[in-house]
Write a protein that binds this ligand. Structure first.
Ligand SMILES: [Zn+2]
Length: 207
């Protein structure tokens, strides 16, 4: 038996924009271990779908940014580079062109910008950061990296250092949101500051 999985991307108006074969599977005589999908096949499938989908979305976004929103003129290009995005379903390299601001509508005519790089300020996708942080709050960084690499198509792209860095970034952001630390909330009997509800705690664990 041969099984081919195709990804079809349609525009909002229903026009087919992309047809891509993402995975080709083959089975011969049935055995318990080849019944249905294997984990390795699912990882390949997820990675290929993710790559095609994210590439399409980012290309579409960059195309929309090419024309000036004020006058509609095409902005000049100033080369391009690639940005690396770590997602739940694999590490991706995305083309990120630099564009010049419009000469008619902007005071920053000679300055350039990268629309995609400005949109994706975090290079770890929120869902991957969420899972890394969730597991590393319960088990060690090393086990978190091993567990996610076992289940998701992120193989060697996830490691202890990246799990630690991301958790630290989230902890610092939460710490900043708490505001200035107060050593007491009741100054005197006539002036009482409301005692805040319990703040969330972030626990760091070392291997
Ligand atoms: Zn313009």
């Amino acid at each position: 038996m041969k099984l081919k999985l195709q990804l079809i991307i349609e525009s909002d108006s229903g026009e087919t924009e992309v047809v891509k074969e993402v995975v080709k599977l083959q089975r011969h005589s049935l055995r318990a271990e080849n019944l249905g999908l294997m984990l390795s096949e699912v990882k390949d499938l997820l990675h290929e779908v993710q790559k095609a989908m994210v590439t399409h979305q980012s290309t579409q976004y960059v195309t929309q940014q090419t024309s000036c929103p004020e006058c509609g003129r095409i902005r000049s290009h100033k080369g391009k580079h690639q940005i690396v995005l770590r997602t739940l379903f694999g590490k991706l390299r995305l083309d990120s062109p630099r564009l010049y601001h419009c000469g008619c509508c902007s005071n920053e005519e000679h300055r350039s910008f990268s629309p995609l790089a400005e949109l994706l300020t975090e290079r770890t996708a929120p869902e991957l950061a969420y899972l890394e942080n969730k597991f590393s709050a319960m088990i060690s960084y090393g086990l978190t990296a091993k567990l996610l690499a076992e289940m998701l198509p992120i193989g060697g792209e996830i490691n202890v250092a990246s799990v630690y860095r991301n958790l630290q970034r989230v902890a610092e952001r939460m710490e900043a949101e708490l505001g200035e630390e107060k050593w007491q909330f009741i100054v005197d009997r006539n002036s009482r500051t409301e005692i805040p509800k319990q703040s969330p705690y972030v626990l760091f664990m070392e291997d």
